[in-house]
Write a new protein. Structure first.
Length: 131
């Protein structure tokens, strides 16, 4: 069984999120998703996600392509998460191109092209403009 691992915040779940999870699953048989915690997001972006970590995880968990979820508490634990989940492939969007190549000694690292013209940040901006 080929295990795929990917990570993300998946705030305001959108088509780009769905596409990457579907394409990640298509690379193997079992998809594990690390959903980043609110605290991790706050430390990266100085703001909390719009949807809290329980809600974001619940949405991801219910998707047909997703087999298992866990909380990503720290960016520093990536290697440990790869080992713990026994992942064969780490999938990231190509906004992360090259930044996870160091894990090539533990698993295959694949960067998938992002779905164009949509992001959580863009959605927040659109709503801001409307209001
Ligand atoms: N992703 C994608 N295509 C998009 C947006 C996101 O393939 N248009 C992928 C990212 O590359 C990542 C995963 O979805 O692998 C989760 O991304 P996340 O950062 O949660 O979503 P973004 O919409 O990029 O959020 P933000 O604008 O806050 O960076």
């Amino acid at each position: 069984m080929k295990k795929i691992l990917t990570f993300g915040t998946f705030d305001l779940f959108h088509i780009g999120h769905l596409q990457i999870l579907k394409r990640a699953k298509a690379l193997g048989d079992y998809l594990v998703v690390g959903v980043s915690t609110d605290a991790l997001n706050f430390s990266k972006k100085q703001r909390n996600p719009i949807c809290n970590q329980q809600h974001r995880m619940e949405i991801i968990q219910e998707l047909k392509s997703v087999d298992e979820v866990f909380y990503e508490h720290s960016l520093e634990l990536k290697r440990q998460y790869i080992i713990d989940t026994k992942a064969d492939v780490l999938v990231m969007g190509d906004d992360w191109q090259g930044r996870f190549d160091e894990f090539n000694d533990t698993c295959e690292v694949v960067y998938l092209p992002r779905t164009p013209s949509i992001s959580t940040t863009a959605l927040i901006e659109i709503v801001r403009e409307i209001t």
